[in-house]
Design a protein around this ligand. Sequence first.
Ligand code: ZN
Length: 197
Amino acid sequence: MAGSEIESLIRQLSKLPGLGPRSARRIALALIKRRETLLDPLVQTLSAAAQAVKVCSTCGNFDSTDPCTICADPRRDEAAICVVEDVADLWALERTGAFRGRYHVTGGLLSAIDGIGPNDLKLDRLTSRATNGRVKEVILALSATVDGQTTAHYIAERLQSVGVSVSGLAQGMPIGAELDYMDDGTISAALKARRPV
Ligand SMILES: [Zn+2]
């Protein structure tokens, strides 16, 4: 149908989340047609992002600095850590502006079916952060799914001996809900009405 570079462009684009082959072809064509306004700037942006973006070694957030902007910000409350599964959830909470503490990104949930155990989630790092003497509360903002709740209970149990209070998101979290898909008002309400785990 087209030259191998175009085919490979379409193939790469179709691997992106939310895009199938049809939208990948449309995007590829738009990029090629609008080389100066779309394709060239995108190439530069992708290359800059690939070079600059790092994982924060403290919380697991993505940023161009390590520690990330949130971990390095002295105005953020050191006493509260909000545990989320994914950076998308961190972004969802940041959009609400309702949380002024720091985060911990687990990068996944405990899952017997998928064979994901505690060591895969770097929970040791969370425990050591929680024991630094400055942290008073750990808020578990994990999905209201079976794996999310299993993970929340595991973390709560692990932090029991540490002497920090552990809470979870409350009302407004529908069963099976994933944070990233919830509206800002619901997330804020669930955060405000958090309850001990
Ligand atoms: Zn960080």
